[in-house]
Design a protein around this ligand. Structure first.
Ligand code: HEM
Length: 487
């Protein structure tokens, strides 16, 4: 087992004054980004449920154009990723970075401004696609004026985080900072390439579009999610990271392998066969970073079995890790032509996409929020009971959703390949699966609202206790469940 302890240098930092003084973290920007993300989560999952209902009741909510499936679906898709996941990850970055660097955040003000711009961009985005303003490309739906705001905000918040790292008072950079810096750089590159308003046509356009589609998961959501897991799993379980070396192998293998994967979305499509073969080979190689992360996450918590039962944060991260493993075994398998011929374009892929972005990375982001909230507000979480209710609704709702999409998706692929049914007849045959998805999806939506309620109540709770908790006490309450007296 390797120690992840950081080495402290004697370099004083201007903003924090003397090197020996403890740093007081304001967390103003982190709080703003966190609650913004929670608001978009609630809107985003309701849009997901509306989309799911429209698969069985196409005229649900009437025949209004801006509420049609073709407009609500991409709005759900983009909002849960950019409005919820990315914002929640930024909130965690703003919380983690100053603590790992043992210094203050470089500028709370600038990070707040980045948040305001992000908020405006996502509100505009929420209305742009339903009102018909779209670039018409999957994942890159938003018009250029939304993209511009997103890029400005990202540059601002990246500047704040990089400056904080430059001002750090510890020499070694802990794993999470590597993954976070990767996320900051790759997000900028991937977003600009994927949303460039002009330039590509035909097959090249399709290739770039799926480079972007896959990299939103591979080079944005994945390194960000892993940055969170590498910080919060050791912290929440009060255990040292199992292997720092393994985490670095994971980081560099993500950096070199992921970018080649996008073309597996175009298997049997109108692009050169060699390109999809290269994508399939690199998809299988992805098992390297996956196993480094999963091994580290399972082996880090001391007394894992007990922690899963008693510690909601560890519970969420370990469930998330399990879903991460499952989605990353599916992914390379789907990239093979023999498997792809059955599942391509079916609902299997929808189950796979949610497995990564909901099952794994949303679980990580909520786990992180449960850790951060008591520390940010120096008070215990509003309701420990609701935390467990939320986790069970989320996990079991999602298990229903995912199993339904996998079985249904495979059946759908089989119908297309082995029967003479017309396409619309196969849509009708899928109706029972779409109803079951609504049941699982409703549990997921309810769970997100329970989480939002608990988070808001934690922040608003009037007069939590006469003396606010110290950061250490709040941390102990967030993770161990004990009373302050035990800390
Ligand atoms: C944070 C939570 C969620 C995330 C990150 C998420 C993410 C996504 C993504 C990435 C897609 C595109 C999938 C693809 O093209 O293969 C999608 C589509 C979809 N999502 Fe979600 N989702 C979330 C919650 C939900 C919930 C709660 C429901 C409720 C049933 C839902 C229902 C749907 C539906 C019906 C589609 C369209 C599938 C299709 O086009 O066939 N999602 N979502």
């Amino acid at each position: 087992m390797e120690s992840s302890a950081a080495v402290i240098t004697a370099k004083p930092v201007s903003q924090t004054g003397s090197y020996d003084q403890p740093v007081v973290h304001e967390d103003k920007a982190a709080r703003f980004w966190l609650f913004m993300s929670i608001a978009f989560l609630c809107i985003g999952v309701v849009l997901g449920l509306i989309t799911a209902i429209k698969f069985v009741l196409p005229e649900f909510l009437g025949k209004v154009a801006w509420l049609s499936l073709g407009r609500i679906r991409p709005t759900h898709n983009n909002l849960v990723v950019t409005g919820w996941l990315v914002s929640a990850n930024v909130a965690a970055f703003l919380f983690i970075t100053p603590r790992l660097c043992k210094t203050k955040l470089y500028s709370e003000k600038l990070a707040l401004w980045a948040g305001y711009i992000w908020l405006v961009a996502n509100i505009l985005a929420l209305f742009s696609v339903p009102l018909g303003y779209t670039q018409g490309k999957e994942w890159a739906d938003w018009p250029w004026w939304v993209d511009l705001l997103i890029v400005v905000s990202w540059v601002l918040v990246s500047y704040v985080l990089f400056q904080t790292i430059a001002n750090r008072r510890v020499k070694q950079m802990y794993t999470s900072l590597w993954y976070m810096m990767g996320t900051l750089i790759w997000t900028a590159a991937v977003y600009i390439i994927g949303n460039w308003p002009a330039g590509y046509t035909g097959v090249n356009d399709a290739n770039i579009n799926w480079f972007y589609g896959h990299m939103v998961v591979g080079l944005i959501a994945t390194p960000a999610g892993l940055a969170l897991a590498y910080y919060f799993i050791p912290k929440a379980s009060r255990s040292p990271l199992w292997s720092h070396t393994l985490s670095m192998i994971g980081f560099w293998s993500i950096a070199f392998i992921y970018a080649w994967n996008g073309a597996h979305h175009l298997t049997y499509g109108p692009i050169p066969t060699w390109l999809t073969t290269v994508a399939a080979v690199f998809s299988v190689l992805l098992l390297i970073p996956v196993f480094t992360a999963v091994t580290n996450f399972y082996l880090t918590p001391i007394d894992l079995a007990k922690q899963i039962r008693t510690n909601p944060i560890v519970n969420l991260f370990i469930w998330g890790t399990t879903f991460y493993l499952a989605t990353c075994i599916q992914g390379p398998a789907q990239a093979l032509r023999s498997v792809s011929q059955y599942v391509h374009f079916t609902d299997w892929v929808v189950g796979h996409a949610h497995m990564a972005l909901f099952g794994a990375f949303t679980a990580f982001a909520i786990g992180a929020a449960y850790y951060m909230l008591p520390i940010m507000y120096k008070r215990p979480i509003y309701s420990r009971g609701l935390q467990w209710v939320q986790i069970h609704l989320m996990i079991w709702g999602f298990v229903i959703f995912a199993l339904d999409m996998w079985v249904g998706g495979f059946y759908q692929g089989w119908l297309w390949k082995h029967t003479s049914l017309s396409f619309i007849e196969t849509v009708v045959a899928m109706q029972p699966f779409y109803w079951i998805r609504i049941i699982g999806g409703s549990m997921m939506v309810l769970s997100m609202f329970v989480f939002a309620y608990n988070a808001v109540m934690t922040a608003l709770m009037a007069e939590p206790r006469k003396v606010a908790l110290t950061e250490r006490e709040a941390e102990a309450l967030a993770t161990g469940g004990g009373s302050v007296a035990e800390v």
